[in-house]
Design a protein around this ligand. Sequence first.
Ligand SMILES: O=C(O)CCC(=O)C(=O)O
Ligand SMILES: [Fe+2]
Length: 321
Amino acid sequence: MYILELSLEENEQLDALLRMLMEKYSLPCEEAFLLRVRAYAAQLPQRILHSLSEFKYRENHNGTLVLRGFHIDDSGIGETPAATSKEIDEGSARREGFMLMLLISQIGDAFGWSCQRDGALINNILPLKSHEKEQLSTGSMIDLDWHTEEAFHPFRADYLALMCLRNIEQIPTVIGSIQDINLDEETKKLLFEPRYLFQMDKNFENEHLKSTLPQSVLFGDATAPYVKIDPSFMQAVPGDEQAGEALRQITLEFKKSLYELVLQQGDVVFLDNYRVVHGRKAFPPRFDGTDRWLKRVNITSDLRKSRVLRQHHGSRVIVIN
Ligand SMILES: O=C(O)CCC(=O)C(=O)O
Ligand SMILES: [Fe+2]
């Protein structure tokens, strides 16, 4: 992991840029802005542009880059919302939404899933009352087990960005990198073979992806593999003891390598969804407008790979049903 601390001058530069954009555009996810976002992003501080570009092309920092110290006005963002919806998620904390879209334009395109907040490109991550004991990003009282985001789906994000708007009680995000773990050659070889069943999240079931064939856990280069894993929602093909043992092994190794990152207000963490897993520790929610609040963006390097499930070439929403 690497943390880039933003300076006062960089914050002033960002503030001027964001002011201009907020006068010109109403929402950070509107098409007119997104069509020009890369051009505007050229006005971001050079250090930010360089670190994002290196993160993408050098695959450095073991898959985790944090921009720290973006100034957020706590009263300006308002209370932590008590509900989620496309309108609330994309419309709350507008200034911070513009900042997120500028940043992520350097590593790819934002996309949404129709089954998640109706395809919102920005998702609020906050505790919801009815989800307290759920294995969901909107849960709270139980640990959110570590995972690759949408590990079961071929069109899952290449990267995730999480911006912290509020985290008063200092709840840690948990991160582990494939580059920090050791696997013996035999285990690695098994994990590279299609011997694993990933349980499809029910919300994502779709006629194009009904039958999930066995897949590998590792993929890409044998010496620096990429990974997709979500131990709570997958298994080796029944009866395949060797594959099961390899899955136990990599799960154990990841567990040993996990570290905690306590996101601070104004932090933006970029997670390489091909190289790191992430989760969140349990916490008692208050539901009084001061709860932990993140904004999440799913980022793809190649919007076209999901064309079969998008209604129009220009749409950024993968339609599940
Ligand atoms: O709340 C967190 O720190 C992570 C939540 C999560 O897994 C996600 O938003 O994908
Ligand atoms: Fe996640």
